[in-house]
Write a protein that binds this ligand. Structure first.
Ligand code: C5P
Length: 321
């Protein structure tokens, strides 16, 4: 009798200890999927919040189209007539090359792979999209940005000298020929092409170095690991403009395009360095120019959409100083 009682108590003790272990493990690492998946077997990812959970949010589900892949492959590079016409109208150049021939040449220089389409209940891909706003100065966001699995930066964005506020890691650097900078071997170059010449420039910049001019001078060569170069899909570009911006501005900003890329390939997205600083200036964190936000983008519309994404708990926004 006594033995049986001892056995029962021991068993109970083991069960309680094991349960407590799982519970504290899950609290200690909230992204750990064990508990959450057990409680909600249909969750699409194992992060604390999955932005891919669409059921609760018709507005988001209405705008998001998962069937369009953000990055170009040989297969998805065939553009509809409407897309090609729109895309070609973005930036005019004198000589137009044959788009499909250029794409063929491109995939002899960079890999033709389908990337990041591996969403699963086991995956927790956290992403930081880092814009270039001066509101990063004094923000102390460096460690937080670096703690994300993917860190997207764009255009000239330096990190050296700004580590405390912007971090040190860059997994993806989004750019176009006129904003191109050299990268290290581990960083993915994400080229946003606004014209066929941009793809020709990329091929040249990674090989012969013959193209030095688009509508302005551009670097003849670029340091980047060509096995890690990817191209923003023009069809996705137009989808961002149509579905999300609903035609506002001439075309989306690099920041907004990067945010939409992240929305499609990440499970959790945090946004840094977007928007004006406290004094209302739209300037870069590394410059003292305090220029006003101008150009071909509808900054206000993009800002409002970004705020809606925050309100709907799809992204987290870190507003800086
Ligand atoms: O100025 P630049 O285009 O290089 O900045 C990259 C992106 O960062 C912009 O497209 C914009 O989305 C964002 N940005 C911002 N506020 C600033 C500067 C940049 O939101 N003051």
């Amino acid at each position: 009798m006594l033995r049986r009682r001892i056995r029962t108590i021991a068993l109970l003790f083991c069960v309680i200890t094991f349960t407590m272990f799982l519970f504290s493990y899950s609290l200690w690492d909230p992204s750990h999927f064990f508990f959450k998946q057990a409680l909600h077997p249909k969750r699409p990812c194992s992060c604390r919040h999955c932005l891919t959970e669409l059921d609760d949010d018709p507005w988001f589900a209405d705008h998001l189209n998962r069937s369009i892949h953000p990055l170009m492959t040989r297969e998805n590079s065939v553009l509809s007539e409407e897309t090609y016409k729109w895309w070609q109208s973005l930036q005019s150049v004198k000589q137009r090359a044959n788009f499909s021939e250029v794409v063929e040449e491109l995939f002899q220089v960079i890999p033709d792979e389908v990337l990041y389409m591996d969403a699963s209940p086991m995956r927790c891909r956290t992403c930081a999209v880092v814009g270039n706003s001066g509101n990063l100065i004094g923000s102390d966001y460096g460690d937080l940005i670096d703690s994300s699995k993917f860190v997207f930066r764009m255009n000239h964005a330096p990190t050296r000298g700004f580590e405390m506020d912007v971090g040190t890691r860059t997994t993806h650097h989004v750019m176009y020929p006129e904003s191109a900078i050299d990268l290290d071997n581990d960083t993915r170059l994400v080229l946003i092409p606004y014209k066929t010449l941009d793809i020709q420039w990329l091929i040249s910049a990674l090989t012969t170095g013959t193209i030095k001019q688009t509508y302005q001078s551009v670097p003849a060569r670029i340091k980047a690991n060509r096995d890690k170069v990817v191209i923003y899909n023009p069809t996705f570009f137009k989808y961002v403009y149509d579905n999300w911006l609903e035609g506002h501005g001439r075309y989306p900003s690099t920041g907004f395009l990067s945010l939409l890329l992240a929305l499609h390939i990440c499970d959790e997205v945090s946004v840094f360095g977007f928007g004006a600083d406290q004094s209302g200036s739209w300037h870069h964190y590394w410059e003292d120019n305090h220029m006003k936000h101008t150009g071909v983008h509808d900054g206000d519309y993009e800002h409002n959409l970004t705020s809606l994404l925050v309100e709907n708990h799809k992204i987290k926004m870190f507003r800086g100083t």
